[in-house]
Design a protein around this ligand. Structure first.
Ligand code: ADP
Ligand code: MG
Length: 460
């Protein structure tokens, strides 16, 4: 089985397996540990050719899920490693080939179904506590609501729905609630997991005809926390089961806490009754950070890290320049701290600029979807409002598709985020636009020229 590789040159295999390791690292950094272990960890590199790889999944379900949710990102990451074609397959694990495949550890062996009633609870991050959460204007409502739920012996609002963009502290708040309840009232059964894991468990239960155990398990908890609920959209059976579980728990007056990347009413791909149900309790949004909050977070992190001698100027500089999200802000600080630690240099503004050169450049160059819409509208002589309007005539639809395509290419926004910026369109509409333009570019040279020109204008 080790001979699966179609490339014979040994060094090429080694290159591709380290490329695969890099791709996996990026996926983990981008999507977080929970998502990574559910979906990416079980994948392995089954075949590797000069510019083509086959990535295998252990089951059809996992493969389909990857194909419908993550294939674009997977393709992009492979492309950045010089691999043009990525095929997704379903395949047994190769018996031995440690250089290429890493046996997934997070995944339990499929022949046992006992875990449907066992360990569904995702691990809590020990750093994510109320004490380490910095409160500012953008997150004060979400914080207050989280604290109330954590400290209340009764159920103050059901559900608590926390929503906001990536890296703004939603998971942190949820873990903080779970830690607090676990410590203050250990008898209460708290279950925290990602929506993807919930679905994964449910599908497993279906497969092993163990749905009863699944139902019992979820319906016996006192506090149920589901992170990143937007991933439940689309799957009818799991939505249905989620709704049943939800209703059963609410009826028994158990606390439910949910996070999502957008408000309940904007959760497209979710049934109407589900959306309205999710909005019944308290809906609290976490806004993008402002300068004060970023500075406060950095100061707290420095204090926690025990590092001394980080000049305020450096923290101010970082708060000004890294505005995207808290995760990146933390990452930047950690890099500076690690660097100074390793080479024994004191931290200064110059040193920070040097260490973060590439990161800062990427932040500067960051093109916004608004820029793209404006440029494209100007170029095609349509109104900016038509980027958001429901009008479908070719004269506006095509430029809109071009803008969606550029947004996917030039920004790090996800398909749903892009859709939202285009008048609340569905992520499938964006996906369709991207494919359409890719297709057209190959045959329509004037369109292809337009796109190149727009790209140059946007980058310059
Ligand atoms: P989300 O779930 O919203 O994508 P996370 O909760 O994973 O974001 O937060 C990303 C990182 O930023 C985590 O390391 C978290 O501790 C940190 N973070 C976010 N907001 C705050 C805050 N207000 N105070 C301290 N740390 C924060
Ligand atoms: Mg999160």
């Amino acid at each position: 089985m080790g001979a699966k590789l179609t490339m014979t040159a040994a060094h090429q295999n080694v290159d591709l397996s380290s490329a695969w390791a890099r791709v996996r690292d990026k996926l983990r950094a981008e999507f977080g540990d929970a998502t990574f272990s559910s979906w990416f960890k079980p994948l392995f590199l089954a075949e590797a050719g000069a510019d083509r790889v086959v990535v295998s999944a252990p089951t059809r379900f996992v493969r389909d899920w990857i194909a419908s949710h993550y294939s674009m990102r997977l393709n992009d990451l492979w492309r950045s490693e010089g691999v043009e074609t990525v095929e997704l397959a379903i395949r047994e694990m190769p018996a031995r080939d440690p250089a290429i495949a890493e046996r997934p550890r997070g995944i339990r062996r499929p022949e046992s179904s006992t875990d449907a009633s066992g360990d569904v609870h995702a691990p809590l991050d020990p750093r994510f506590r109320f004490e380490t959460f910095v409160v500012g204007k953008p997150n004060e409502l979400a914080y207050a609501a989280a604290r109330r739920v954590a400290e209340s012996a009764t159920v103050p609002f059901n559900p608590l729905f926390i929503y906001g963009g990536v890296g703004l502290g939603k998971t942190h708040l949820m873990h903080a609630i779970a830690w607090h309840i676990r410590e203050a009232t250990p008898a209460r059964k708290v279950v925290y997991l990602s929506a993807e894991k919930f679905m994964y468990q449910f599908i497993r239960a279906l497969r092993f005809k163990d749905v009863m155990a699944f139902k019992q398990l979820f319906r016996s908890v006192d506090v149920l926390m589901i992170d990143d609920v937007q991933f439940i959209g689309g799957k009818d059976t799991t939505q249905e089961e989620f709704l049943h579980t939800f209703n059963a728990l609410v009826d028994q007056n158990r606390q439910i806490i949910i996070s999502g990347d957008r408000s309940p009413s904007d959760l497209d791909g979710m049934e109407e009754r589900m959306r309205s149900r999710l909005g019944w309790g308290l809906v609290a949004d976490v806004h993008a950070t402002d300068y004060e909050l970023r500075l406060g977070i950095l100061q707290a992190k420095v204090e926690q890290s025990g590092a001394r001698d980080v000049p305020t100027r450096v923290l101010e500089f970082l708060s000004h320049r890294i505005t995207s999200n808290v995760r990146e802000l933390e990452g930047a600080l950690n890099r500076v701290l690690a660097y100074s630690n390793l080479v024994g240099r004191t931290i200064s503004l110059e040193m920070t600029q040097e260490v973060l050169k590439d990161l800062l450049r990427a932040n500067d160059r960051r093109i916004s979807i608004e820029d793209i819409q404006k440029r494209v509208a100007e170029h095609y002589n349509i109104r900016l409002a038509d980027m958001h309007s429901p009008r479908r005539s070719r004269a506006v639809a095509r430029p809109r598709q071009v803008a969606m395509y550029l947004a996917k290419q030039l920004t790090t926004r996800s398909l749903p985020e892009i859709g939202r910026k285009f008048g609340g369109r569905d992520h499938t509409t964006v996906m369709h636009a991207v494919r359409k333009i890719e297709e057209l570019r190959a045959t329509d040279s004037s369109l292809s020229d337009d796109i190149d020109l727009l790209k140059r204008m946007l980058a310059g």
